[in-house]
Design a protein around this ligand. Structure first.
Ligand code: ADP
Ligand code: ZN
Ligand code: MG
Length: 491
């Protein structure tokens, strides 16, 4: 426990803005692929904010926000509506943003977290609502005059944005980070967002306040923006804990304000005092009909929702895998699916297949992916091919060390394991007749080890097994060799 934590309790609520993977923008048919296009090429009168044009709701975005709400245990409103949030800023083409105020699509959900080394906690999800993103401002300095100016790229204007607001339920920077990690994982599992903080399609504002330990009332909160990694969110909250505790200790008041995280100096700096909600003059968007989501429609989406990471993890644990293994395998959906395909193709009893597949997917495959810095979707071996190798090792056709070599050759050549093993004479030698010669040769060549063995030194036999292994280029069945050695030495 930190010094701060003995006197004050930290209260954290997170607001996450997340871009949806739709083909077109939220209210027009322009392509939503803003990042890879030349500036100002994906624009039309609607997203440019021309007067007299009408927005049309993107159905795919609504399906995605409903999926998100369901995955976060939210109530999905039968009736919701869009509102105009008015504020003047150069990145806002219409002078207002279409958002949702009092009737969001999703509300009252929760997400269970459990940061490493700390207890579990249920974090309430206040709401998830739909809105549109703004244009992008690019700040430049004139090379000749040194004057600052801004360029505007309208491609991002009007792309679908989903805001996920949590209750002030988190108490430590680690909990806030775990919340974000799990939220990102879920959004990726259900395939609604790339949820990549570094790329800016998953942006988080952290609300942080302190209250004396034991107090019930919340303290005044500060909202921190500009974090572009999970670590930055963690560190910004930790910085606020110390800063606010210092102020409270000195008897100063915390002012409600927006602060920005500065990555270079690793501190937050004041940006502006908080505007109040009514400054936005929210009013219903007159150009859009209310959203009516029938229970049948929501039920259909619920039925199509993929298995979520937590449920999948529990299922894997049910197959006999450790929590650690299940965590690793469910980190992303592609890896979990690959693992399951390998286990299916191994085809032994389910828990045995799961164990074997887990060893390989977390072991050799994981190492290969790390080295190659690739995701599992780029892994070259088909699940059936890896399963073929796993079976051959499990049946003792090759030793596990040679199995690893075959694995490398499979990746290099694209050939199945059986073919590589046949053609290169890597098959394990288990026949006593075939091994007896090498065993006797090892005994004859190593009188010292033999003497040690007779003197009761247990490690001597391991040495002799090693000699036979070398002689057979690692192909000998170690168990059979040990048996033969014992037999030969005890006569
Ligand atoms: P605002 O009116 O400033 O937008 P909200 O009540 O809508 O404030 O809450 C915005 C976010 O701030 C939510 O995620 C909420 O959980 C969080 N929050 C609210 N009050 C506090 C507080 N005292 N300390 C920390 N977070 C808070
Ligand atoms: Zn457009
Ligand atoms: Mg608010």
């Amino acid at each position: 426990m930190t010094a701060v934590a003995t006197r004050y309790e930290t209260v954290i609520g997170l607001e996450v803005h997340c871009q949806l993977i739709t083909k077109s923008k939220m209210f027009c048919s322009c392509s939503a692929d803003y990042a890879r296009a030349d500036p100002n090429t994906h624009v039309c009168p609607v997203c440019l904010g021309m007067p007299g044009v009408l927005p049309v709701i993107n159905e795919q975005a609504i399906e995605y926000i409903v999926m998100t709400g369901l995955a976060l245990n939210c109530r999905i409103a039968e009736f919701s509506k869009f509102d105009r949030k008015n504020y003047p800023y150069p990145d806002l083409m219409k002078g207002y943003q279409i958002s949702q105020y009092d009737l969001p699509v999703c509300s009252d959900g929760w997400l269970d977290i459990a940061p490493e080394g700390a207890g579990p906690r249920r974090v309430g999800i206040t709401r998830v609502h739909m809105e549109e993103d703004t244009a992008r401002l690019l700040h430049r300095t004139d090379a000749v005059t040194g004057e600052g100016y801004s360029l505007i790229d309208i491609n991002r204007s009007g792309t679908p944005l989903m805001e996920i607001v949590s209750e002030p339920d988190m108490r430590t920077p680690a909990e806030a980070r775990d919340y974000l990690v799990r939220l990102r994982q879920i959004l990726r599992y259900i395939g609604v967002s790339e949820a990549n903080m570094e790329d800016g399609n998953f942006r988080c504002d952290a609300n942080v306040s302190l209250r004396p330990v034991g107090a019930e009332a919340f303290g005044t909160k500060v909202e921190v923006k500009n974090m572009n990694s999970f670590r930055a969110v963690h560190d910004a909250i930790a910085f606020e804990e110390v800063r606010q505790a210092g102020m409270l200790d000195r008897g100063e008041r915390i002012t409600q304000e927006t602060r920005g995280w500065v990555d270079d100096t690793r501190e937050t700096v004041s940006q502006r005092t908080k505007e109040h909600a009514n400054d936005y003059r929210y009013f219903p968007e007159p150009d859009l009909p209310p959203l009516k989501l029938s229970r049948k429609y929501v039920g259909e989406i619920q039925a199509r929702l993929p298995e979520l990471p937590e449920a999948r993890k529990l299922r894997f644990i049910g197959l006999g895998l450790s929590e650690h293994e299940a965590d690793g395998l469910t980190e992303d959906r592609e890896r979990a699916e690959y693992f399951e395909a390998v286990a299916r193709a191994i085809g032994l009893d389910p828990s045995r297949s799961a164990k074997l597949a887990a060893n390989w997917v977390l072991g050799e495959v994981g190492r290969w992916l790390n080295t190659a810095a690739k995701g599992i979707e780029q892994f070259p071996l088909l699940p059936e091919h890896l399963a073929g190798l796993v079976r051959l090792v499990d049946e003792g056709k090759v030793t596990s060390n040679i199995g690893k070599e075959v694995f490398e050759q499979m990746i290099a050549t694209g050939k199945p394991a059986s073919e590589i093993i046949e053609n290169s004479g890597l098959a394990q030698i288990s026949g006593e007749d075939e091994l007896l010669g090498a065993v006797r040769a090892a005994i004859a060549a190593n009188p010292k080890a033999v003497a040690d063995f007779h003197a009761g030194k247990e490690t001597a036999i391991k040495f002799l097994v090693g000699q036979v292994m070398r002689e057979t280029r690692g192909r000998a069945n170690a168990g059979v060799v040990t048996g033969l050695l014992e037999k030969e030495l005890n006569v």
